[in-house]
Design a protein around this ligand. Structure first.
Ligand code: PGA
Length: 249
């Protein structure tokens, strides 16, 4: 059975003191939950976060990594460096990485394969832009993002994949996909994976929704059968909001 997951994408927010404070508050207020809870501070605060959360149910994950093992890639971080400080899960393919840092499906495929080769779990993000939805191309865009980065994988790799469907027009905009739009796309994603691989793989992969999830809309979105949780940006930066979203699942 697939896991329920609530993950916070902190993006480029919170310095060390801010990270300490938010993690302390989250730890103190964390409700009993069947869901996996994840947080992703910036690279420079990951090691400290892992130390601070030792023994906690909250998993610290990375927002990105490079595909190479090591070498002349100024400013980049490898899988080995993340594993070395206790990080086992990495977010890849976030729309901000695609839009501002030129990450193509081809680059993401290499990153996914590098993370999996290092026995890491990948939280793979994808989603259509507003013009894709307006022109009715949202299903084909999503299908090609999945196909280009993930469909050459060995079927066994899927136990280490979490999907995060994030329509770009809903990220940080306050505009959320309706629960029906999220369900429709999540069902399409599951069907696409069942066709490319098999039904068991499709049934077992967690598909998170991301894009302006907040305490006021989380419960309705999470109530949809193919929505297995959320990747939360803005609302993950305030402990009470993030806790309310965890409670909603
Ligand atoms: P948001 O961001 O919740 O602020 O819309 C979600 C994300 O980018 O993962």
């Amino acid at each position: 059975m697939r896991n329920k997951i609530v993950a916070g994408n902190w993006k480029m927010n919170k310095n060390m003191a801010g990270t300490d404070a938010l993690l302390a508050e989250l730890s103190a207020k964390l409700p009993n939950t069947h869901a996996k809870v994840m947080v992703s501070p910036t690279f420079v605060n990951l090691a400290g976060a892992v130390r601070q959360l030792e023994g906690s149910e909250i998993e610290v994950i990375s927002q990105n990594m490079h595909f190479a093992e090591s070498g002349a890639y100024t400013g980049e971080i490898s899988a080995d460096m993340l594993l070395d400080i206790g990080i086992k899960t990495v977010i890849l393919g976030h729309s901000e990485r695609r839009a501002y840092f030129g990450e193509t499906d081809e680059i993401l495929k290499k990153k996914v394969e590098a993370a999996l080769a290092n026995n890491m779990t990948v939280m793979f993000c994808f989603g259509e832009e507003l013009q894709d939805r307006k022109s009715g191309n949202h299903f084909s865009v999503v299908e090609s993002q999945l196909k280009n980065a993930l469909f050459d994988l060995d079927p066994s790799a899927w136990s280490s994949i979490i999907l995060a469907y994030e329509p770009v027009w809903a990220i940080g905009t306050g505009e959320t996909a309706s629960p029906e739009q999220a369900q429709e796309m999540h069902a399409f994603i599951r069907k696409t994976i069942a066709t490319a691989f098999d039904q068991t793989i499709a049934d077992n992969v967690s598909i998170l929704y991301g894009g302006s999830v907040k305490p006021s809309n989380a419960e309705e979105i999470f109530s949809k059968p193919d929505v297995d949780g959320g990747l939360i940006g803005g609302a993950a930066l305030a402990a009470d909001d993030f806790i309310a979203i965890i409670k909603a699942i």
